[in-house]
Design a protein around this ligand. Structure first.
Ligand SMILES: [Zn+2]
Length: 447
Protein backbone atom coordinates (compact mmCIF):
# COMPACT_ATOMS: atom_id res chain seq x y z
CA UNK A 1 0.00 0.00 0.00
CA UNK A 2 1.32 3.41 -0.89
CA UNK A 3 2.11 6.02 1.71
CA UNK A 4 -0.72 8.23 2.81
CA UNK A 5 -0.68 11.28 0.55
CA UNK A 6 -2.94 13.35 2.77
CA UNK A 7 -0.16 14.46 5.05
CA UNK A 8 1.58 16.15 2.15
CA UNK A 9 -1.48 17.84 0.75
CA UNK A 10 -3.25 19.46 3.64
CA UNK A 11 -2.14 23.11 3.82
CA UNK A 12 0.30 23.31 6.67
CA UNK A 13 1.45 26.42 8.48
CA UNK A 14 4.79 26.22 6.67
CA UNK A 15 2.99 26.17 3.34
CA UNK A 16 0.85 29.17 4.21
CA UNK A 17 4.01 31.10 5.06
CA UNK A 18 5.43 30.27 1.64
CA UNK A 19 2.29 31.71 0.02
CA UNK A 20 2.57 34.90 2.05
CA UNK A 21 6.23 35.36 1.28
CA UNK A 22 6.00 34.53 -2.39
CA UNK A 23 6.20 37.18 -5.07
CA UNK A 24 6.33 36.67 -8.83
CA UNK A 25 9.92 37.94 -8.92
CA UNK A 26 10.92 34.86 -6.95
CA UNK A 27 9.23 32.39 -9.25
CA UNK A 28 11.95 31.61 -11.73
CA UNK A 29 13.38 28.74 -9.78
CA UNK A 30 13.12 26.16 -12.53
CA UNK A 31 16.66 24.92 -12.16
CA UNK A 32 16.89 24.90 -8.39
CA UNK A 33 14.04 22.37 -8.18
CA UNK A 34 12.43 24.34 -5.32
CA UNK A 35 8.78 25.16 -6.08
CA UNK A 36 8.68 28.75 -4.84
CA UNK A 37 5.56 29.64 -6.80
CA UNK A 38 2.62 28.36 -4.72
CA UNK A 39 0.89 27.30 -7.93
CA UNK A 40 3.71 24.81 -8.54
CA UNK A 41 3.00 22.97 -5.28
CA UNK A 42 -0.75 22.98 -5.94
CA UNK A 43 -0.20 21.83 -9.54
CA UNK A 44 1.90 18.91 -8.35
CA UNK A 45 -0.77 17.89 -5.84
CA UNK A 46 -3.42 18.22 -8.58
CA UNK A 47 -1.48 15.88 -10.90
CA UNK A 48 -1.05 13.31 -8.12
CA UNK A 49 -4.72 13.55 -7.16
CA UNK A 50 -5.81 12.94 -10.77
CA UNK A 51 -3.47 9.94 -10.96
CA UNK A 52 -4.81 8.55 -7.69
CA UNK A 53 -8.46 9.00 -8.67
CA UNK A 54 -7.56 7.57 -12.07
CA UNK A 55 -6.43 4.34 -10.48
CA UNK A 56 -10.13 3.79 -9.63
CA UNK A 57 -11.53 5.45 -12.77
CA UNK A 58 -9.85 3.80 -15.75
CA UNK A 59 -10.99 6.32 -18.39
CA UNK A 60 -9.98 9.42 -16.41
CA UNK A 61 -6.33 9.78 -17.38
CA UNK A 62 -6.30 10.47 -21.09
CA UNK A 63 -2.58 11.22 -21.23
CA UNK A 64 0.19 11.33 -18.64
CA UNK A 65 3.83 12.05 -19.32
CA UNK A 66 5.07 13.21 -15.94
CA UNK A 67 7.41 11.46 -13.49
CA UNK A 68 6.71 7.70 -13.75
CA UNK A 69 7.18 7.26 -9.99
CA UNK A 70 4.09 9.41 -9.39
CA UNK A 71 1.87 6.73 -10.90
CA UNK A 72 0.18 4.90 -8.03
CA UNK A 73 0.11 1.13 -7.93
CA UNK A 74 -3.26 -0.09 -9.23
CA UNK A 75 -5.64 -0.75 -6.34
CA UNK A 76 -6.26 -4.36 -5.45
CA UNK A 77 -9.72 -5.80 -6.15
CA UNK A 78 -10.69 -5.27 -2.49
CA UNK A 79 -9.55 -1.65 -2.57
CA UNK A 80 -11.43 -1.09 -5.81
CA UNK A 81 -14.69 -1.93 -4.13
CA UNK A 82 -14.11 0.81 -1.61
CA UNK A 83 -13.56 4.05 -3.52
CA UNK A 84 -11.93 6.31 -0.88
CA UNK A 85 -14.43 9.06 -1.44
CA UNK A 86 -13.93 10.98 1.80
CA UNK A 87 -10.18 11.17 1.30
CA UNK A 88 -10.45 12.32 -2.33
CA UNK A 89 -13.25 14.79 -1.56
CA UNK A 90 -11.16 16.22 1.27
CA UNK A 91 -8.08 16.56 -0.93
CA UNK A 92 -9.99 18.20 -3.76
CA UNK A 93 -11.65 20.70 -1.42
CA UNK A 94 -8.26 21.44 0.18
CA UNK A 95 -6.64 22.14 -3.17
CA UNK A 96 -9.47 24.48 -4.16
CA UNK A 97 -9.05 26.33 -0.87
CA UNK A 98 -5.33 26.62 -1.53
CA UNK A 99 -5.98 27.99 -5.00
CA UNK A 100 -8.39 30.56 -3.61
CA UNK A 101 -5.85 31.59 -0.98
CA UNK A 102 -3.18 32.38 -3.56
CA UNK A 103 -2.77 36.11 -3.94
CA UNK A 104 -2.64 36.67 -7.67
CA UNK A 105 -2.47 40.47 -7.49
CA UNK A 106 1.06 40.52 -8.86
CA UNK A 107 0.61 37.73 -11.37
CA UNK A 108 1.39 38.39 -15.01
CA UNK A 109 -1.59 37.91 -17.38
CA UNK A 110 -0.20 34.48 -18.30
CA UNK A 111 0.10 33.47 -14.64
CA UNK A 112 -3.48 34.59 -14.07
CA UNK A 113 -4.55 32.36 -16.95
CA UNK A 114 -2.65 29.51 -15.36
CA UNK A 115 -4.33 30.12 -12.01
CA UNK A 116 -7.85 30.14 -13.46
CA UNK A 117 -7.09 27.12 -15.67
CA UNK A 118 -5.99 25.15 -12.62
CA UNK A 119 -9.10 26.25 -10.75
CA UNK A 120 -11.48 25.14 -13.47
CA UNK A 121 -9.66 21.80 -13.78
CA UNK A 122 -9.81 21.26 -10.01
CA UNK A 123 -13.54 22.06 -9.86
CA UNK A 124 -14.13 19.36 -12.47
CA UNK A 125 -11.98 16.78 -10.69
CA UNK A 126 -13.91 17.48 -7.52
CA UNK A 127 -17.18 16.94 -9.42
CA UNK A 128 -15.87 13.70 -10.91
CA UNK A 129 -14.96 12.48 -7.41
CA UNK A 130 -18.53 13.23 -6.27
CA UNK A 131 -19.94 11.35 -9.26
CA UNK A 132 -17.71 8.38 -8.47
CA UNK A 133 -18.89 8.64 -4.87
CA UNK A 134 -22.45 8.01 -6.02
CA UNK A 135 -23.77 11.58 -6.25
CA UNK A 136 -26.45 11.82 -8.96
CA UNK A 137 -26.53 14.66 -11.45
CA UNK A 138 -28.70 15.30 -14.46
CA UNK A 139 -26.96 15.22 -17.84
CA UNK A 140 -26.87 19.03 -17.96
CA UNK A 141 -25.62 19.36 -14.38
CA UNK A 142 -22.88 16.86 -15.13
CA UNK A 143 -21.73 18.53 -18.37
CA UNK A 144 -21.67 21.90 -16.61
CA UNK A 145 -19.69 20.50 -13.67
CA UNK A 146 -17.16 18.60 -15.77
CA UNK A 147 -16.81 20.68 -18.96
CA UNK A 148 -18.27 24.06 -18.02
CA UNK A 149 -21.06 23.97 -20.61
CA UNK A 150 -24.70 22.97 -21.06
CA UNK A 151 -25.66 21.84 -24.55
CA UNK A 152 -28.53 23.84 -26.08
CA UNK A 153 -31.73 21.84 -26.59
CA UNK A 154 -32.08 20.15 -29.95
CA UNK A 155 -35.69 19.73 -31.05
CA UNK A 156 -37.09 16.98 -33.23
CA UNK A 157 -38.47 19.72 -35.50
CA UNK A 158 -34.99 21.11 -36.22
CA UNK A 159 -33.70 17.63 -37.02
CA UNK A 160 -36.76 16.81 -39.14
CA UNK A 161 -36.01 19.90 -41.25
CA UNK A 162 -32.53 18.53 -42.02
CA UNK A 163 -34.00 15.12 -42.85
CA UNK A 164 -36.33 16.84 -45.29
CA UNK A 165 -33.36 18.40 -47.09
CA UNK A 166 -31.58 15.05 -47.15
CA UNK A 167 -34.71 13.45 -48.57
CA UNK A 168 -34.34 15.70 -51.61
CA UNK A 169 -30.66 14.90 -52.12
CA UNK A 170 -30.41 11.16 -51.42
CA UNK A 171 -31.29 8.79 -54.26
CA UNK A 172 -34.30 6.48 -53.95
CA UNK A 173 -37.60 6.61 -52.07
CA UNK A 174 -38.81 5.78 -48.57
CA UNK A 175 -36.86 5.18 -45.37
CA UNK A 176 -33.99 7.67 -45.18
CA UNK A 177 -31.66 5.61 -42.99
CA UNK A 178 -31.87 2.71 -45.40
CA UNK A 179 -31.25 5.02 -48.37
CA UNK A 180 -28.33 6.73 -46.67
CA UNK A 181 -26.80 3.36 -45.74
CA UNK A 182 -27.15 2.22 -49.35
CA UNK A 183 -25.71 5.51 -50.64
CA UNK A 184 -22.72 5.38 -48.28
CA UNK A 185 -21.76 1.87 -49.41
CA UNK A 186 -20.01 3.31 -52.46
CA UNK A 187 -17.65 5.22 -50.13
CA UNK A 188 -16.56 2.32 -47.93
CA UNK A 189 -12.78 2.05 -48.01
CA UNK A 190 -11.81 -1.60 -48.60
CA UNK A 191 -10.19 -2.97 -45.40
CA UNK A 192 -6.77 -3.43 -47.03
CA UNK A 193 -6.85 0.20 -48.18
CA UNK A 194 -7.70 1.79 -44.83
CA UNK A 195 -4.05 2.07 -43.70
CA UNK A 196 -2.65 3.63 -46.91
CA UNK A 197 -5.58 6.04 -47.28
CA UNK A 198 -5.27 7.11 -43.64
CA UNK A 199 -1.50 7.57 -44.05
CA UNK A 200 -2.07 9.77 -47.12
CA UNK A 201 -4.70 11.83 -45.32
CA UNK A 202 -2.55 12.34 -42.24
CA UNK A 203 0.53 13.18 -44.33
CA UNK A 204 -1.46 15.93 -46.05
CA UNK A 205 -2.94 17.18 -42.76
CA UNK A 206 0.58 17.26 -41.29
CA UNK A 207 2.01 19.09 -44.29
CA UNK A 208 -0.68 21.75 -44.06
CA UNK A 209 -0.23 22.14 -40.30
CA UNK A 210 3.56 22.43 -40.39
CA UNK A 211 3.26 25.33 -42.85
CA UNK A 212 1.43 27.28 -40.13
CA UNK A 213 2.38 25.93 -36.70
CA UNK A 214 6.03 25.35 -35.80
CA UNK A 215 6.44 22.02 -34.00
CA UNK A 216 9.50 20.38 -32.39
CA UNK A 217 11.65 18.52 -34.91
CA UNK A 218 11.21 15.22 -33.07
CA UNK A 219 7.37 15.20 -33.12
CA UNK A 220 6.07 11.89 -34.47
CA UNK A 221 3.24 9.38 -34.38
CA UNK A 222 2.49 5.78 -35.21
CA UNK A 223 -0.95 4.63 -36.32
CA UNK A 224 -2.55 1.24 -35.90
CA UNK A 225 -5.87 -0.49 -36.44
CA UNK A 226 -7.88 -1.89 -33.54
CA UNK A 227 -11.34 -3.41 -33.03
CA UNK A 228 -13.94 -3.73 -30.31
CA UNK A 229 -13.96 -0.14 -29.01
CA UNK A 230 -16.86 2.25 -28.44
CA UNK A 231 -14.98 5.04 -30.27
CA UNK A 232 -13.96 5.29 -33.89
CA UNK A 233 -10.40 6.48 -33.24
CA UNK A 234 -8.25 7.51 -30.30
CA UNK A 235 -5.01 9.41 -29.88
CA UNK A 236 -2.96 8.01 -27.01
CA UNK A 237 -0.38 10.70 -26.39
CA UNK A 238 2.85 9.19 -25.08
CA UNK A 239 4.89 12.27 -24.16
CA UNK A 240 8.20 13.27 -25.79
CA UNK A 241 6.15 14.68 -28.69
CA UNK A 242 4.85 11.29 -29.82
CA UNK A 243 1.38 9.78 -30.26
CA UNK A 244 -0.15 6.41 -30.94
CA UNK A 245 -3.22 6.93 -33.12
CA UNK A 246 -5.65 4.01 -33.22
CA UNK A 247 -8.39 3.63 -35.81
CA UNK A 248 -11.24 1.27 -34.98
CA UNK A 249 -12.02 -0.91 -37.99
CA UNK A 250 -14.70 -3.25 -36.64
CA UNK A 251 -17.35 -1.40 -38.68
CA UNK A 252 -17.04 -0.16 -42.27
CA UNK A 253 -14.77 2.87 -42.59
CA UNK A 254 -15.94 5.57 -45.00
CA UNK A 255 -13.56 7.68 -47.02
CA UNK A 256 -14.57 11.01 -45.48
CA UNK A 257 -14.04 9.58 -41.98
CA UNK A 258 -10.36 9.14 -42.72
CA UNK A 259 -9.76 12.79 -43.70
CA UNK A 260 -11.69 13.88 -40.64
CA UNK A 261 -9.82 11.48 -38.30
CA UNK A 262 -6.43 12.48 -39.74
CA UNK A 263 -7.07 16.10 -38.81
CA UNK A 264 -8.99 15.38 -35.58
CA UNK A 265 -6.61 12.83 -34.04
CA UNK A 266 -3.44 14.07 -35.69
CA UNK A 267 -2.85 17.46 -37.31
CA UNK A 268 -3.89 20.05 -36.15
CA UNK A 269 -5.96 18.01 -33.66
CA UNK A 270 -5.03 15.97 -30.62
CA UNK A 271 -1.43 15.14 -31.55
CA UNK A 272 -0.58 18.79 -32.20
CA UNK A 273 -2.54 19.96 -29.14
CA UNK A 274 -0.56 17.63 -26.90
CA UNK A 275 2.78 18.48 -28.52
CA UNK A 276 2.10 22.20 -28.00
CA UNK A 277 0.97 21.64 -24.44
CA UNK A 278 4.09 19.60 -23.66
CA UNK A 279 6.64 21.75 -25.48
CA UNK A 280 5.32 25.22 -24.65
CA UNK A 281 3.68 24.75 -21.24
CA UNK A 282 5.04 21.61 -19.60
CA UNK A 283 8.65 22.18 -20.69
CA UNK A 284 8.69 25.84 -21.79
CA UNK A 285 7.07 27.19 -18.61
CA UNK A 286 7.97 24.21 -16.41
CA UNK A 287 4.29 23.93 -15.44
CA UNK A 288 3.77 20.39 -14.18
CA UNK A 289 -0.03 20.40 -14.49
CA UNK A 290 0.40 20.13 -18.25
CA UNK A 291 1.89 16.64 -18.00
CA UNK A 292 -1.61 15.22 -17.53
CA UNK A 293 -4.92 15.40 -19.42
CA UNK A 294 -7.88 14.30 -17.32
CA UNK A 295 -10.57 13.21 -19.76
CA UNK A 296 -13.51 14.33 -17.62
CA UNK A 297 -12.48 17.96 -17.30
CA UNK A 298 -12.79 21.28 -19.17
CA UNK A 299 -9.62 20.73 -21.15
CA UNK A 300 -11.59 18.11 -23.13
CA UNK A 301 -14.02 20.77 -24.38
CA UNK A 302 -11.07 22.63 -25.87
CA UNK A 303 -9.39 19.49 -27.15
CA UNK A 304 -12.43 18.02 -28.89
CA UNK A 305 -13.83 21.36 -30.01
CA UNK A 306 -10.55 22.49 -31.55
CA UNK A 307 -9.92 19.03 -33.06
CA UNK A 308 -13.30 19.14 -34.84
CA UNK A 309 -12.90 22.78 -35.86
CA UNK A 310 -9.35 22.00 -36.97
CA UNK A 311 -10.75 19.75 -39.72
CA UNK A 312 -12.18 22.76 -41.56
CA UNK A 313 -9.15 24.91 -40.79
CA UNK A 314 -6.79 22.31 -42.27
CA UNK A 315 -9.17 21.32 -45.05
CA UNK A 316 -11.54 24.14 -46.07
CA UNK A 317 -14.47 22.62 -48.01
CA UNK A 318 -13.21 23.19 -51.54
CA UNK A 319 -9.66 22.13 -50.74
CA UNK A 320 -10.92 19.04 -48.96
CA UNK A 321 -13.04 18.09 -51.94
CA UNK A 322 -10.11 18.56 -54.33
CA UNK A 323 -7.75 16.52 -52.13
CA UNK A 324 -10.20 13.67 -51.60
CA UNK A 325 -11.15 13.56 -55.27
CA UNK A 326 -7.61 13.71 -56.64
CA UNK A 327 -5.75 11.67 -54.02
CA UNK A 328 -7.89 9.62 -51.65
CA UNK A 329 -10.61 8.37 -54.01
CA UNK A 330 -8.10 6.86 -56.48
CA UNK A 331 -5.98 5.48 -53.64
CA UNK A 332 -9.04 3.75 -52.16
CA UNK A 333 -10.12 2.48 -55.59
CA UNK A 334 -13.37 4.53 -55.42
CA UNK A 335 -15.04 6.55 -58.18
CA UNK A 336 -13.82 10.21 -57.95
CA UNK A 337 -16.79 11.47 -60.01
CA UNK A 338 -18.96 10.86 -56.91
CA UNK A 339 -16.81 13.07 -54.66
CA UNK A 340 -18.70 16.33 -55.16
CA UNK A 341 -22.13 15.02 -54.29
CA UNK A 342 -20.67 13.06 -51.36
CA UNK A 343 -19.27 16.32 -50.01
CA UNK A 344 -22.70 17.96 -50.26
CA UNK A 345 -24.40 15.08 -48.44
CA UNK A 346 -21.74 15.17 -45.74
CA UNK A 347 -22.32 18.86 -45.12
CA UNK A 348 -26.02 18.17 -44.64
CA UNK A 349 -25.28 15.27 -42.30
CA UNK A 350 -23.11 17.58 -40.22
CA UNK A 351 -26.20 19.62 -39.40
CA UNK A 352 -27.43 16.58 -37.41
CA UNK A 353 -24.47 16.66 -35.02
CA UNK A 354 -26.47 17.81 -32.00
CA UNK A 355 -28.71 14.75 -32.36
CA UNK A 356 -26.37 12.46 -30.43
CA UNK A 357 -26.17 14.92 -27.53
CA UNK A 358 -29.95 15.04 -27.30
CA UNK A 359 -30.13 11.24 -27.41
CA UNK A 360 -27.54 11.04 -24.62
CA UNK A 361 -29.34 13.63 -22.49
CA UNK A 362 -32.70 11.90 -22.74
CA UNK A 363 -31.28 8.40 -22.33
CA UNK A 364 -29.04 9.17 -19.35
CA UNK A 365 -31.78 11.23 -17.69
CA UNK A 366 -34.07 8.19 -17.97
CA UNK A 367 -36.54 9.87 -20.31
CA UNK A 368 -36.08 7.30 -23.08
CA UNK A 369 -35.19 3.61 -22.97
CA UNK A 370 -32.16 2.01 -24.57
CA UNK A 371 -34.33 0.82 -27.47
CA UNK A 372 -35.62 4.35 -27.98
CA UNK A 373 -32.06 5.70 -27.85
CA UNK A 374 -31.05 3.24 -30.57
CA UNK A 375 -34.09 4.15 -32.66
CA UNK A 376 -33.32 7.87 -32.20
CA UNK A 377 -29.74 7.34 -33.35
CA UNK A 378 -30.88 5.40 -36.43
CA UNK A 379 -33.53 7.98 -37.34
CA UNK A 380 -31.78 11.25 -36.54
CA UNK A 381 -28.16 10.35 -37.16
CA UNK A 382 -29.01 7.95 -40.02
CA UNK A 383 -26.89 5.26 -38.39
CA UNK A 384 -26.97 1.55 -39.14
CA UNK A 385 -28.09 -0.59 -36.17
CA UNK A 386 -24.43 -1.47 -35.57
CA UNK A 387 -23.28 2.17 -35.57
CA UNK A 388 -26.22 3.18 -33.39
CA UNK A 389 -25.28 0.45 -30.90
CA UNK A 390 -21.72 1.80 -30.83
CA UNK A 391 -23.02 5.34 -30.20
CA UNK A 392 -25.14 4.16 -27.28
CA UNK A 393 -22.18 2.21 -25.89
CA UNK A 394 -20.06 5.36 -26.14
CA UNK A 395 -22.67 7.33 -24.22
CA UNK A 396 -22.91 4.63 -21.54
CA UNK A 397 -19.14 4.68 -21.11
CA UNK A 398 -18.33 8.39 -21.41
CA UNK A 399 -21.74 9.93 -20.55
CA UNK A 400 -21.91 13.73 -20.98
CA UNK A 401 -18.45 13.75 -22.61
CA UNK A 402 -20.39 13.78 -25.89
CA UNK A 403 -21.10 17.54 -25.49
CA UNK A 404 -17.44 18.31 -26.10
CA UNK A 405 -17.72 17.65 -29.83
CA UNK A 406 -20.53 19.82 -31.20
CA UNK A 407 -20.66 22.32 -28.34
CA UNK A 408 -16.86 22.50 -28.17
CA UNK A 409 -16.57 22.96 -31.92
CA UNK A 410 -19.13 25.76 -31.94
CA UNK A 411 -17.41 27.51 -29.00
CA UNK A 412 -13.98 27.30 -30.62
CA UNK A 413 -15.35 28.35 -34.01
CA UNK A 414 -17.09 31.38 -32.52
CA UNK A 415 -14.01 32.28 -30.50
CA UNK A 416 -11.76 32.15 -33.54
CA UNK A 417 -14.11 33.66 -36.10
CA UNK A 418 -15.20 36.51 -33.86
CA UNK A 419 -11.58 37.58 -33.89
CA UNK A 420 -10.81 36.88 -37.53
CA UNK A 421 -14.20 37.34 -39.20
CA UNK A 422 -15.78 34.28 -40.74
CA UNK A 423 -14.00 35.06 -43.98
CA UNK A 424 -10.87 35.88 -41.98
CA UNK A 425 -7.42 35.13 -43.23
CA UNK A 426 -6.34 31.53 -42.84
CA UNK A 427 -3.18 32.66 -41.06
CA UNK A 428 -5.15 34.27 -38.25
CA UNK A 429 -7.23 31.11 -37.73
CA UNK A 430 -4.13 28.97 -37.44
CA UNK A 431 -2.53 31.43 -35.05
CA UNK A 432 -5.56 31.39 -32.74
CA UNK A 433 -5.78 27.61 -32.90
CA UNK A 434 -2.12 27.42 -31.89
CA UNK A 435 -2.59 29.97 -29.12
CA UNK A 436 -5.40 27.91 -27.58
CA UNK A 437 -2.88 25.18 -26.71
CA UNK A 438 0.28 27.20 -26.25
CA UNK A 439 -1.34 29.16 -23.39
CA UNK A 440 -3.73 27.94 -20.66
CA UNK A 441 -7.43 28.27 -21.52
CA UNK A 442 -10.70 27.26 -19.94
CA UNK A 443 -14.21 27.08 -21.44
CA UNK A 444 -15.26 30.51 -20.11
CA UNK A 445 -12.42 32.11 -22.12
CA UNK A 446 -14.23 31.08 -25.28
CA UNK A 447 -17.40 32.99 -24.46
ZN1 LIG B 1 -11.16 13.60 -30.09
Amino acid sequence: MRSCPLSRRIPTLAWVLVVAAWTPSLTRAQDSGAPLNPLDAIAEAYVKLVLNVGSYDPDLVDAYFGPPEWRPAPPSNDQKKAFPKERFQYEAAGLLRQLDAVDGARFSPLERQRHSFLRSQMEAIKARIYLLSGVRMTFDEESKALYGVVAPPCSRASLDAVLKDLNRVLPGQGDLTRRFTEYQKQFIVPPEKVAPVFQAAIAEARRRTLLRIPLPADERFVSEEVTGQSWSAYNWYQGNHSSVIQVNTDLPVYLADLTMLAAHEGYPGHHVQNVLMESRLRRGQNWIEFCISPLFSPISLLNEGAADYGVEVAFPDRERLAFEKQVLFPLAGLDPSKAKQYSRVRQLIKRLRYADIEMARQYLDGKISKEEALAWSMKYELKTPEKAARSVRFVEQYRSYIVNYAVGEDRVKQYVEKRTGWTGKANARWRLLEELFATPHKPADLE
